[in-house]
Design a protein around this ligand. Structure first.
Ligand SMILES: O=C[C@H](O)COP(=O)(O)O
Length: 236
């Protein structure tokens, strides 16, 4: 199991790399849930990751990026994705407002046909029972998404307050059965690592739980970061 950390600056990217994080998620954390960083800043962060990769070629680092909580048109979506691929982002995370919207299906299908790695983010705020989860995962796997994850949109509650451990476990196991790379996130704290690790996701995603006052727009706290990477590495 890996740790994914959402970062919004070059300094944060370097900090999480030094702490042993291998899934670096470029995200604007000052507002929204899956807001996008601009391209110049994203490119500087990718360059910082590339510099680390040169010194640690075996590290297996993956850079993901969000493209926004919504977008204005299919053309805009195409540009949001392509511009991030062009600067070396490995994986693009799409919010449910986009991947579940038929207006964007053709654009997404075209990227998937080129084997671009896309993660469909399922909103914890709207997830219901196992039948709905099964149908969604079947559809996403058939469309050849690379991965899926659950995350919260409203950041006032943790994912575990919104979805039972049974349903989260069902989600993880079903995603794996479809060959999807699977993650869980949403207001996670260190204290939740044990129970979620038991579900065996490929990764747990963090931001607010590692920040000052547990506010995701605040800076990451190095000590919390090290505690969580140490804790998760015990499950690898
Ligand atoms: O992808 C992971 C998310 O950025 C986690 O953010 P959060 O811990 O603030 O919900």
């Amino acid at each position: 199991m890996q740790v994914l950390v959402s970062v919004s600056s070059v300094a944060e990217a370097q900090m999480v790399l030094s702490a042993g994080v291998r899934l670096i998620d470029l995200k604007e954390t000052a507002y929204g849930a899956l807001a996008a960083l601009d391209i110049p800043l994203s490119a500087a962060m990718v360059a910082a990751v590339d510099s680390y990769r040169q010194q640690h070629p075996q590290a297996g680092i993956i850079v993901s990026a969000t493209i926004g909580d919504d977008c204005s048109s299919a053309e805009a979506l195409s540009e949001l994705i392509q511009s991030r691929l062009d600067i070396g982002v490995d994986v693009i995370k799409l919010p449910q407002t986009i991947w579940a919207n038929a207006a964007y299906t053709a654009v997404i299908k075209a990227f998937l046909a080129q084997r671009v790695k896309l993660i469909a983010v399922l909103s914890a705020d709207h997830l219901s029972g196992t039948a709905a989860v099964s149908t969604m995962l079947q559809d996403l796997a058939s469309a050849r998404y690379w991965g899926v994850m659950i995350d919260t949109i409203q950041k006032s509650q943790a994912v575990t307050a919104l979805i039972s451990l049974d349903l989260l476990g069902f989600f993880v196991q079903s995603a794996k059965a479809h060959g999807l790379y699977v993650g869980l996130a949403g207001g996670l704290q260190l204290a939740q690592v044990d129970s979620l690790a038991d579900l065996s996701p490929d990764y747990l995603g963090f931001r607010s739980g590692l920040c000052l006052n547990q506010r995701r727009e605040q800076p990451l706290i190095k000590e919390k970061l090290h505690l969580v990477t140490a804790k998760v590495s015990a499950f690898c």
